[in-house]
Write a protein that binds this ligand. Structure first.
Ligand code: UDX
Ligand code: ADP
Length: 468
């Protein structure tokens, strides 16, 4: 491979999603001399990234639209012209989706790498000169090998002008705080063996990240670090949720327990919020990838160990859903239930693997009529997730849902309010007003510790709060 690496003037990113969009926006903000183009095959998504009204961007992240306003059309571009853009690129990030395979070998565990493979093939076809290819999607260990192989094999051996080096630089941003995480990350990781390529990527990060936070590893350590970080974080959530379940029958309070253990500096205070179960595009997928990897290498006990984190997470969602039915006299048939929050966490419009999906589905299947509210998730997305069309609630039919914009207007006659996402606005609701409107007994189920149960009980509510 040709190791001549010129200065980086043009960067492309394949995939204009939750990772690609914000990451490239921050690079564009800090590297004004680099032209950054975000590419996608989805024309609608690119149109949304280019929309004049910055509230219509396809990704909602606090602080994102301000950066897009500052850089778009100057050194940040969104385009579907993949071939034309790749021809001019010195560095290409691959940031496409890698969902868990639903069929074939490794179904239910392994990540589907078909879009990573397709991206590598596209790069190999259109790139010119030397191109540094950076793997940024969440991928199983040894994916960079696959990318390398495709790029090398597809190169014309005689065409010394077309060469590649491959790096892994996994993204550690969390949705909802993506801009903050990108602006001041705990660390960034660059995996690879081509020192010149590593140096070039490092130069980009160094525009705003201190050098001591830029770590270099080999390719596989970099890939495995991403899976491991997410597995550890997911395991913490599952651990605290497991203890929350034990608090409920014993009289302990999960908030007090997490506060007490968080003071231990070896444990730390973060990621100890009990919840209806972790969601998002990464945790479940990465745990399952790890399980698949362990099984592949014959480490069955280790596979089972990590698999249990995901099993308990599924159990938590079901536990909460069935508990709601139980408290409402064992049936929710024809009962009106207000669902507050559909995104998998606050400050994002992403619903992938959101606990709200399975809990809502369970309640609908039990005949409930749900009124679903979320400040950022739209009706179309909810319909897609629930695989049903929005059915206007009809008093005679069982099981359905409708989308609501105004919580107070929709609370009339409602039997229960279920808080599933910790949006700030749910912390300051006018509970007296809601209580007046609801049918009695009026229930509040709080899975995110956003309400003050003593205050609500004084108003007259029956309150169930996770972990107490
Ligand atoms: C995660 C990792 O944090 C990030 O580093 C990686 O790059 C991608 O995956 P993300 O899924 O966007 O990020 O959000 P995160 O804040 O990690 O939350 C994941 C899920 O765990 C959410 O459903 C959240 O509500 C839940 N969670 C988080 C808890 O239930 N309790 C907590 O204390 C923290
Ligand atoms: P993530 O959370 O990892 O960013 P998303 O699903 O939000 O995942 O975004 C991935 C994006 O990658 C999608 O917009 C999808 O259309 C795009 N994509 C997938 N395959 C390709 C491809 N071969 N070429 C260009 N874009 C692609």
């Amino acid at each position: 491979m040709n190791k001549i690496i010129k200065s980086i003037n043009t960067v492309c990113c394949i995939g204009a999603g939750y990772v690609g969009g914000p990451t490239m926006a921050v690079i564009a903000k800090h590297c004004k001399n680099i032209k950054v183009t975000v590419l996608d095959i989805n024309q609608d998504k690119i149109n949304a990234w280019n929309s004049e009204n910055l509230d219509d961007l396809p990704v909602y992240e606090p602080g994102l639209k301000e950066i897009v306003r500052e850089t778009r059309g100057k050194n940040l571009f969104f385009s579907t012209d993949i071939a034309g853009s790749l021809e001019k690129a010195d560095m290409v990030f691959i940031s496409v989706n890698t969902p868990t395979k639903s069929k074939g070998l490794g179904a239910g565990y392994a990540s589907d790498l078909k879009w990573v493979e397709a991206s590598a093939r596209t790069v190999s076809e259109f790139a010119k000169g030397h191109t540094i290819v950076v793997e940024k999607s969440t991928v199983p260990v040894r994916t960079a090998e696959l990318i390398k192989e495709i790029l090398i094999l597809s190169c014309d051996k005689k065409d010394d002008k077309k060469t590649f080096s491959v790096l892994s630089s996994p993204e550690f941003l969390a949705e909802g705080s993506a801009i903050k995480d990108l602006e001041s990350p705990d660390r960034v990781l660059i995996g690879g063996d081509n020192q010149k390529a590593i140096h070039k990527l490092s130069e980009i990060y160094q525009k705003w990240i201190p050098k001591n936070k830029i770590l270099h590893t080999n390719l596989w350590s970099s890939e495995l670090s991403k899976l491991t970080a997410n597995a550890f974080l997911a395991q913490r959530v599952t651990s605290i949720n497991a203890i929350a379940a034990l608090c409920e029958p014993t009289g302990a309070k999960i908030k007090e327990v997490s506060n007490a253990i968080g003071y231990d500096s070896r444990i730390g205070e973060k990621f100890l919020e009990a919840s209806p179960g972790f969601g998002g595009s990464c945790f479940k997928k990465d745990i399952l990838n790890l399980v698949y990897l362990c099984r592949y290498y014959g480490l069955e006990e280790i596979a089972k160990y990590w698999e249990q984190v995901s099993i308990v997470n599924e159990w938590q969602k079901l536990r909460i859903a069935s508990l709601i039915v139980d408290k409402l006299y064992g049936t929710v048939s024809l009962k009106n239930i207000l669902i507050l929050g559909f995104s998998f966490k606050a400050n994002t419009n992403d619903t992938r693997e959101s606990a709200s999906i399975s809990i809502s589905r369970y309640l609908i299947d039990n005949g409930a009529k749900l009124l679903i509210h979320d400040p950022q998730v739209n009706e179309k997305q909810i319909a897609n997730d629930l695989k049903e069309n929005s059915s206007k609630i009809d008093c005679s039919s069982e099981g359905g849902w409708s989308y609501i914009n105004n919580i107070y207007k929709s609370a009339k006659g409602v039997d229960a309010i279920v808080v599933l996402t910790e949006w700030d606005l749910y912390k300051t609701l006018e509970w007296e007003k809601l209580f007046e409107l609801m049918r009695k007994p009026a229930w509040v189920f709080d899975t995110r510790s956003v309400v003050n149960s003593e205050n609500l009980e004084k108003i007259g509510f029956r309150v169930w709060k996770l972990g107490q």
